[in-house]
Design a protein around this ligand. Structure first.
Ligand code: APR
Length: 239
């Protein structure tokens, strides 16, 4: 996450696992509540980490390696292109812990659920770039303890940047959610906040989500097609 990135943009885009699906990153809920064969509660809670840190580390190490081997798709590229035109008037808030937005060229990205590529030291709380695999356990560059954990937000933990996001949602003219099921709060409630403050709301998703009824407009289809088409619309381009 880049602190202070949010400001008061005209457009806030919220992305979820669906935007990375066509890059080959599995979504969370499309496989019957399993996350690559693991129950989410077994790998994404502080309790799971306390009980069995090696399993949790192994899981995130595998995901970090998997994400390194895939590439951004046209949906990520279209949002990076939109940022090149709009600058500070666009903010991407992502629930994704991959770095595909950045690799496509986006710079104004707020990772509310943390980042696979970052680590946090349980001993001294310092945060830094991941030095590669966290198993068997590299030492913290700051305090020397071998207590690094992925800098991702687990269930029961506070997402990053919520104050900044609230300011952006209250200020924006348009709120667009891409590829998110609306199953996890507070992100699922952003559409209500934005529309309460008068923003137009649009959902782009492969299928109807739990929050579809809250949007003024919902378009169904793959992100790799819907997002470039929407960006063209915003920029007044013809296809
Ligand atoms: N294009 C557009 N949308 C898609 C595509 C696609 N190609 N493929 C799947 N989707 C949609 C699905 O229809 C679904 O609504 O993406 C959504 C994925 O939903 P989830 O797997 O629940 O992912 P997400 O909403 O990002 O999950 C939120 O839950 O487990 C936590 O912290 C984790 O950030 C995650 C949060």
């Amino acid at each position: 996450m880049t602190p202070g990135v949010a400001g008061t943009p005209r457009i806030v885009v919220l992305t979820g696992a669906g935007i990375s699906a066509e890059s080959g990153v599995p979504t969370f809920r499309d496989a019957g509540g399993l996350w690559e064969g693991h129950r989410v509660e077994d790998v994404a809670t502080p309790e799971a980490f306390e009980l069995d840190p090696d399993t949790v580390q192994r899981f995130y190490d595998a995901r970090r390696r998997a994400v390194a081997s895939v590439a951004p798709n046209p949906a990520h590229a279209a949002l990076a292109g939109l940022e090149r035109e709009l600058g500070d008037d666009l903010l991407v808030v992502t629930q994704n812990i991959d770095d595909l937005h950045e690799r496509a060229g986006s710079t104004r990205v707020l990772h509310m659920h943390g980042e696979l590529g970052r680590v946090r030291c349980v001993a001294c709380e310092s945060r830094s770039d991941a030095p590669g695999d966290l198993l068997p356990g590299p030492a913290c560059a700051n305090c020397g303890e071998r207590m690094l954990r992925p800098d991702v937000v687990w269930f029961g933990e506070m997402p990053y940047g919520l104050d900044e996001i609230d300011v952006a949602l209250a200020a924006c003219e348009a709120f667009v959610a891409i590829g998110t099921s609306g199953a996890v709060y507070p992100a699922a409630g952003f559409v209500l906040t934005a529309s309460a403050f008068g923003a137009e709301t649009l959902e782009l998703n492969l299928a109807e989500s739990e929050i579809t009824p809250f949007f003024a407009e919902s378009r169904l289809g793959p992100a790799s097609l819907l997002v470039p088409a929407w960006v063209d619309e915003v920029l007044g381009r013809r296809r």
